[in-house]
Design a protein around this ligand. Structure first.
Ligand SMILES: NC(=O)C1=CN([C@@H]2O[C@H](COP(=O)(O)OP(=O)(O)OC[C@H]3O[C@@H](n4cnc5c(N)ncnc54)[C@H](OP(=O)(O)O)[C@@H]3O)[C@@H](O)[C@H]2O)C=CC1
Ligand SMILES: Nc1nc2c(ncn2[C@@H]2O[C@H](COP(=O)(O)O)[C@@H](O)[C@H]2O)c(=O)[nH]1
Length: 282
C-alpha cells in the first residue's frame, strides 16, 4: 500500500532481514526498482495487477533479465480467471520467481490458485482497517478472518498469508495457530517515521495518514471505491515496533510451550463469545 511502503523502507527492510511487498501504484517504477534492488544485492519483491498492460511488464522483466525474487498478484477478488491466467504467465516467463496470489477467502480459492502454480496464497477479503468492502458489498471475511484463515489453511498445500485485520501483536500468533505462514500488515505499520504517509498534527498530537488501495485517494476518482482514509497515531521508529513484535511472538511461542514458531500450531484454544478485551487496552 502506498502509505505503508516506499523504496527507502523496502531497502531498509531487505537489509535487515525482513520481507516486504512493494505496492504496484508507481507502475513505471517497478522495473527500475528491481534493477536498483539487485544492484544493492537485495531481493526484489514487487506486485502486479491483472490488466493487459501488466503482461507487458512481465515481458519487459524477462527481456531485460531483471528477475524479481517475488511477485505478488494483488487484486481485491483473487479467485478469478484473470489471476489464474496471470499466475501461469508469470510462471512461464519468469520461472524462478516466487508467486504470491490473492486475495481469496475460501478453500476453493486457495486450491485453484495453487493448482495454477501460485507458490503462496493471500487470504483476506475485507478485514483491513481501511476497508469498507463488507459494508459496501456484503462480501468478505471481515469479522471472521481468523476462521477464514483456518478453513483456507486446512485446504492449502503451500504457505498461506493472512492479510488484513491484524490489530494487535497477539493476532500474529493467532494467525499462525490457524495456518498462516506469514501475516500481511498495513495499519499497524502506517504510523511510523519511515512510513510514506503524510504527518498530520491535531490538538498537539501527531498522526500519519493511511488509505486503502481501493480508496478515492489512491484511485484519484470516486469509482468502485472500497477503501477509506484514516489517521493513525504516530509511533516513532519502525525498528522499535518490529523489535516489539518479535519479542511478543517469542513470548507467544513460550506460552505455547515450545521454542519454534511451529509450537503455536499445536496449542488448544477456546472460542470466547463476547469481546475478550473486557475493557482492557494497551
Ligand atoms: N484485500 C481486500 O479485501 C481488498 C483489497 N483491495 C485492494 O485494492 C486495490 C485495487 O484492487 P482491484 O480493484 O481489484 O484492482 P484493479 O483496479 O487492478 O482491478 C482488477 C480487476 O478487477 C476488476 N474490478 C475492479 N473493481 C471491480 C468491481 N467493482 N466490479 C467488477 N470488477 C471490478 C477490474 O476491472 P476493470 O478493468 O473494468 O477496471 C480489473 O479487471 C488492490 O491493491 C487490492 O489489494 C480492494 C478491495 C478489497
Ligand atoms: N477492502 C479493502 N482492503 C484493502 C484496501 N487497501 C488495502 N486493503 C487490504 O487491507 C490489508 C491491510 O489490512 P490492515 O488491517 O493491516 O490495515 C492490505 O494488505 C490489503 O489486503 C482497500 O482499499 N479496500
Amino acid at each position: 500500500m502506498q502509505t505503508i511502503i516506499d523504496e527507502p523502507l523496502a531497502v531498509w527492510l531487505a537489509q535487515n532481514g525482513y520481507f516486504y511487498i512493494m505496492h504496484r501504484f508507481n507502475e513505471e517504477e517497478r522495473l527500475p526498482f528491481v534493477k536498483r534492488m539487485h544492484r544493492k544485492n537485495l531481493f526484489a519483491s514487487i506486485s502486479v495487477g491483472v490488466k493487459p498492460k501488466e503482461y507487458k511488464l512481465i515481458d519487459d522483466l524477462a527481456a531485460e533479465r531483471a528477475l524479481p525474487e517475488y511477485i505478488t498478484i494483488d487484486i481485491a477478488h483473487g479467485h478469478a480467471d484473470t489471476v489464474i491466467e496471470m499466475i501461469k504467465y508469470i510462471k512461464k516467463n519468469l520461472p524462478g520467481t516466487f508467486v504470491i496470489a490473492g486475495n481469496v477467502g475460501t478453500p476453493e480459492g486457495v486450491r485453484e490458485l495453487e493448482n495454477a502454480g501460485a507458490d503462496a496464497t493471500k487470504v483476506g477479503i475485507g478485514p483491513g482497517k481501511a476497508c469498507i468492502t463488507k459494508l459496501k458489498t456484503g462480501f468478505g471475511t471481515g469479522g471472521w478472518q481468523l476462521a477464514a484463515v483456518r478453513l483456507c489453511g486446512k485446504a492449502a498445500s503451500k504457505p498461506i498469508i493472512a492479510d488484513g485485520g491484524i490489530r494487535h501483536n497477539g493476532d500474529i500468533a493467532k494467525s499462525v495457530r490457524f495456518g498462516a505462514s506469514m501475516c500481511m500488515i498495513g495499519s499497524l505499520f502506517a504510523g511510523h517515521q519511515e512510513s510514506p504517509g503524510e504527518i498530520i498534527e491535531e490538538d498537539g498530537k501527531k498522526y500519519k495518514t493511511y488509505f486503502g488501495s481501493a480508496s478515492q485517494y489512491q484511485k484519484g476518482q470516486y469509482k468502485n471505491v472500497e477503501g477509506k482514509k484514516l489517521l493513525v497515531p504516530y509511533r516513532g521508529s519502525i525498528a522499535h515496533t518490529l523489535r516489539e513484535m518479535h519479542e511478543d511472538l517469542q513470548s507467544s511461542i513460550s506460552y505455547a510451550g515450545g521454542r519454534e514458531l511451529t509450537a503455536l500450531r499445536k496449542v488448544d484454544y477456546v472460542i470466547v463469545k463476547n469481546s475478550i478485551f473486557n475493557g482492557d487496552n494497551i
